[in-house]
Design a protein around this ligand. Structure first.
Ligand code: PMP
Length: 424
């Protein structure tokens, strides 16, 4: 295939200027196998970012490939104006993964579309337009979901009509530390003082992803869901990054906070890289769309549905959520050990295979170690380890590998980080 320089030149010439890339010298990826990626020279990299938290089963997992291939040979597309069992089989399997009355599935093509639809349902169901989301949260790149997103991602004006951004309950940097009650009160204040007393919905990730693997203060969602429901609103969990066993032990991130949402949105890990998203809700909420048209040409197409079903089966067969918990605690323990030795590691956090390492130049002031993070990021790549980078100040390593990542892989990653930090 073509060399990195050539691909990069073409990309600059033919693709829009808003694209950004990791690494000073962009990486040209030509192949993926489970938790590994390969560049054009055949060099292998340990992938600890999974195509932005998307490759759940593993790059080109044979079961998923086979399902896609077999379905493609039979029927690639027909839309939901006809019946097709790939869609209904997948919907049935997906619904079976949810507690309570979360039994109705809508298929879409991305996380943004899933959140658009969830927001529409909340607004129709409640008759209110007022939505509450969290600062430092990310919910998508379409116009409504950009408004829900309260990060400094977008460098242009975004309409914020009827959207309120509550203080994010960040135990490390948040103004109220781990005090879930004070953060929950901020949501109550938004309802009392920012709306006419009625709210359509509250949406949040269960661990903030793009924002830097930020866990919500323990007990937060329970308190907020009560407040929002008392005000007549619905509670939406954005499981785009946290779903499908990533947070370990559980299938869904919301389970780590002991709540059951009214609407759950998902994408990324659901399809192992296929363009696929879904919204799961209760029959009662879904019924608001009964007399209306809600149409999506590609949503739940046979190929993506067959692939999605294969992903679910892989997670079940290989008990990936248990594996995430197991490997995740090993990784966290080793990172915490590293934290004892390097002052620069301000915080190690996360659950399962959704881990954040925040770097600071001063532990008391929590001054973001932006330049050092950038240097270490390049160094890790040189050593053959690809991680993500994020957080408001770009000083958080995001470690969210494919869920087939092993303890040996975790050791390799931590050793590479150790070596890089020793050279700082
Ligand atoms: N929600 C969350 C939590 C996300 O991380 C993302 C993507 N980074 C989205 C929604 C939007 O998903 P998509 O890019 O598929 O539209």
């Amino acid at each position: 295939g073509p060399r990195a320089d050539e691909v990069f030149q073409k990309r600059k010439q033919f693709l829009g200027p808003s694209l950004f890339h990791f690494y000073q010298k962009p990486l040209n990826i030509v192949e993926g196998k489970m938790q590994y990626l390969y560049d054009e020279n055949g060099r292998r990299y340990l992938d600890a970012f999974a195509g932005i938290v998307t490759v759940s089963a593993g790059h080109c997992h044979p079961d998923v490939l086979n399902a896609i291939f077999e379905q493609s040979k039979l029927l690639q597309h027909a839309t939901t104006i006809y019946l097709h069992h790939a869609i209904t089989d997948f919907a049935e399997a997906l619904a079976s993964k949810f507690p309570g009355n979360l039994k109705v599935v809508y298929f879409v093509n991305s996380g943004s579309e899933a959140n658009e639809l969830a927001m529409l349902m909340a607004r129709l169901y409640t008759g209110s337009l007022e939505m509450i989301s969290l600062r430092n949260g990310y919910h998508g790149g379409s116009s409504n979901t950009m408004s829900l997103t309260a990060l400094n991602t977008w460098k242009y004006p975004i309409p914020q009509g009827e959207i309120h951004h509550a203080v994010n309950p960040d135990p490390y940097r948040g103004v109220f530390g781990s005090d879930a009650k004070s953060y929950a009160k901020d949501v109550q204040d938004h309802i009392d003082f920012g709306t006419a007393g009625k709210v359509a919905g509250f949406i949040s990730e269960t661990i903030q992803g793009v924002g830097g693997a930020v866990e919500l203060a323990p007990g937060y969602l329970k308190l907020v869901y009560d407040i929002v429901r008392k005000a007549g609103g619905v509670c939406i969990a954005d499981e785009v990054q946290t779903g499908f066993g990533r947070t370990g032990t559980h299938y869904w991130g919301f389970e780590t906070q002991g709540v059951i949402p009214d609407i759950v949105t998902m994408a990324k890990g659901i399809g192992n890289g296929l363009p696929l998203g879904a919204v799961v809700t209760t029959p009662e909420i879904a019924s608001v769309l009964a007399q209306k048209t809600q149409f999506n040409t590609y949503g739940g197409n046979p190929v993506c549905s067959a692939g999605g079903l294969a992903v679910l089966r892989v997670i079940d067969k290989e008990k990936r959520q248990v594996h995430s918990a197991d490997v995740g605690s090993h990784l966290l323990a080793r990172l915490r050990d590293l934290q004892q030795r390097y002052e620069i590691i301000g915080d190690v956090r996360g659950r399962g295979l959704m881990v954040g390492v925040e770097l600071v130049t001063d532990r008391n002031e929590k001054t973001p170690a932006k330049a050092e993070t950038a240097m270490l990021f390049e160094k890790l790549r040189e050593l053959g380890v690809l991680v993500g980078k994020g957080g408001l100040h770009g000083n958080v390593f995001r470690i969210k590998p494919p869920l087939c990542f092993t303890k040996d892989d975790a050791d390799f990653l931590v050793d590479a980080l150790d070596y890089s930090m020793s050279k700082l």
